[in-house]
Structures are given as structure tokens and as C-alpha cells.
Design a protein around this ligand. Structure first.
Ligand SMILES: [Zn+2]
Ligand SMILES: [Zn+2]
Length: 217
């Protein structure tokens, strides 16, 4: 689709937006140019490219969200904000796809909270940071161990492993129940619970969530 000379292989759990910017860098292109080309490309060209790349699982869904963002609700994938683990970035050098899941806020490798801002200028990090693993506003590096590290809370870590287990599992258990939910269904359920626990809910009568759309048996 891009007709580029250098096409590095994606890591098995690499973020699509992280990869595209790594691809731009490898070919000496401005990151924006490649991202814009990807956003505006023909639907069939993108589908062909995704199939040819045999990239990580999240790529088709993130590609759809990036090219045509859905306006409402708690999105499964976040494409305008980029969270990161500075230790992982320092060790592995690339952005993991699971950090792009809206409800994933911790690093499962290090058991810590993900960062969402530049440690220096405190600007919220967006995908432009993936281009050089640094803050685009002030140039501060986002990788390394020289960061304030907060351990993940049990709930947040549970949520992260809930997603990653489903994401990377070869097959889901055959019996019904929580364990048998796909990661999309797990997101649906978790985001309802999260919305339900907001303080504003106290002023409204509680309704039983409609679990029909979860497709549970
Ligand atoms: Zn990490
Ligand atoms: Zn900064």
C-alpha cells in the first residue's frame, strides 16, 4: 500500500500506531505523512495491507477506530491518547498494543501504572510520542527507569490481565460465565461497571444492565 523500501516486521504485540511511526522513521518519512496516508487510504488497500502484514490482533480494530473514530461511549481502543510504560519502552523500545485499550491502565510486565503525561512538561501524551519515544512538545525521553513509578492497584491490574489473558489466549474456555467472555465483551461489561461506579450515578435510579448485547449464553 505504501510502496516503501524498508518494511520492518512488527513485534507480535506491537501497537499499530507505534508501528506506523516506526515504519515512517525507517524510511526517513515524516510521521504525519504516513499516518495521513494510512487514514485516507482506500478501504480495500488497508484490508489488503493488514492481511499481508499479518500484524498483531488489535490492528484491524485499531485501524477502523483510527480511520473513522466512533464519537460516543467508552471506546475499546484509544487512538488520540497514548499511555506508556517507561521501563518497557527503555527495555523493548516499542509501544505495546494493549496500552491502547481504553481500560488498560497498568503494565502487566512490571506491575506498575502506565504513564499518560510527559514527566517534564506534563503534557498529555498522544501518538506523536511514538515517533521517537519522546514528548513532542518538549523533547523529553519517555523511556528509562528515572521515572516516578507507582505500583498498580489490584483492581486495575486485574482489569489489565483480564484483557491480556483474553487477547492472547489460544482459545476461550467452553463453559459460560466471566471467563468465557471475549475481550470485546469483557470491555463492554467493564465499561458498564465503571460508568455505574461514577458518583453521578447516585442521583439516578440504578437500572439493571442490559446484558443481552454481550451475547452471553
Ligand atoms: Zn512495563
Ligand atoms: Zn514534555
Amino acid at each position: 500500500m505504501f510502496g516503501l523500501l524498508i518494511n520492518p516486521r512488527p513485534h507480535q504485540d506491537e501497537s499499530l500506531l507505534g508501528y506506523l511511526q516506526r515504519l515512517a522513521k525507517a524510511n526517513g518519512l515524516p510521521r504525519k505523512e504516513l499516518l495521513t496516508a494510512f487514514a485516507r487510504a482506500d478501504e480495500t488497500d488497508v484490508a489488503d495491507w493488514l492481511q499481508m502484514m499479518e500484524g498483531p490482533l488489535s490492528w484491524p480494530a485499531v485501524s477502523a477506530e483510527f480511520r473513522d473514530p466512533r464519537p460516543k461511549g467508552v471506546k475499546l481502543w484509544t487512538t488520540h491518547h497514548a499511555r506508556y510504560c517507561p521501563i518497557c519502552l527503555g527495555e523493548a523500545g516499542y509501544w505495546r498494543e494493549s496500552w491502547g485499550l481504553t481500560l488498560v491502565t497498568t503494565c502487566s510486565v512490571h506491575g506498575t501504572e502506565l504513564h499518560g503525561r510527559c514527566p517534564n512538561c506534563l503534557k498529555e501524551t498522544d501518538p506523536s510520542a511514538m515517533s521517537a519515544n519522546s514528548c513532542q512538545a518538549c523533547g523529553t525521553s519517555l523511556s528509562g527507569t528515572n521515572f516516578e513509578i507507582a505500583p498498580a492497584s489490584d483492581t486495575a491490574a486485574w482489569l489489565t490481565s483480564g484483557f491480556e489473558d483474553r487477547f492472547y489466549a489460544d482459545s476461550l474456555p467452553a463453559d459460560a460465565g466471566l471467563a468465557a467472555l471475549t475481550y470485546e465483551q469483557f470491555h463492554e461489561l467493564s465499561s458498564r461497571l465503571a460508568v455505574r461506579s461514577l458518583p453521578t450515578e447516585r442521583t439516578q435510579p440504578l437500572k439493571v444492565a442490559d446484558s443481552g448485547s454481550l451475547g452471553m449464553v
